[in-house]
Design a binder for this molecule. Structure first.
Ligand code: ZN
Length: 219
């Protein structure tokens, strides 16, 4: 059964990550029968706004399959217009009840931004856009006296959660209505586990939150 509340969706992700971490993945919804079943429509229960890092494959680390996760990945999980539009599509058209910002330790994009801030040198080509998008988190971390890379990553994850809500009125409305939640998680490359860094709202709406009428109509 597809989770329809933020709380149920988060529980499903946590359960899948635990299976992955402990080495007992079920690889659900990856068989030919399910592939055929979802060909006519999708009802993903979570949006993952994750870093593009090759070690952060969403369906693997949450032990999910086809049709489960709506995944948007950029280096450093940035929140530019196309990312925001993709999130809004999932939340409004598909009725997805949970948005997860997924960062990780030793993030290369955060490292590049830190280097850019430190040296004042602009990276070549479009990499500069990534550095520009991550840099505000660097400054925020500096104001908080946070200097270690993984501490900065946590700040950047929380900043991305806030940025999504600040830039997307549609998402903020859904969250205010209890129909969606935004959770920031940090993934540990060596251990494979995720840790919650930020959550809006906290606590999550109860499972009895109003059903998402749009979801039933989406195809
Ligand atoms: Zn990264």
């Amino acid at each position: 059964m597809t989770p329809r509340s933020p709380e149920q969706a988060l529980a499903e992700l946590r359960a899948g990550n635990l299976r992955f971490v402990t080495g007992v993945p079920q690889h659900p919804n990856q068989d030919a029968g399910h592939r055929a079943a979802v060909a006519d429509g999708q009802h993903p229960f979570a949006v993952i706004v994750g870093c593009s890092d090759s070690r952060l494959a969403a369906e693997i680390i949450f032990d999910r399959g086809l049709g489960d996760l709506f995944v948007v990945r950029t280096a450093g999980h940035t929140a530019g217009p196309e990312v925001l539009g993709s999130v809004e599509y999932a939340v409004t058209v598909l009725g997805t009840p949970l948005v997860v910002v997924l960062g990780h330790d030793s993030c290369g994009a955060v490292q590049a931004a830190r280097e850019g801030v430190r040296t004042g040198a602009a990276p070549a080509g479009h990499l500069g856009a990534v550095v520009d998008a991550v840099s505000p988190s660097l400054l925020r971390a500096a104001r908080q006296g946070i200097e270690d890379l993984d501490g900065i990553v946590d700040v950047h994850i929380a900043q991305t959660v806030e940025t999504l809500l600040a830039r997307s009125g549609v998402l903020a409305e859904r969250v205010a209505a209890g129909r969606c939640a935004v959770v920031g998680m940090s993934y540990r490359l060596s251990g494979g586990e995720v840790r919650t860094v930020a959550q809006v709202p906290a606590p999550l709406p109860a499972p009895s939150a109003p059903a998402d009428a749009d979801a039933a109509l989406a195809s």
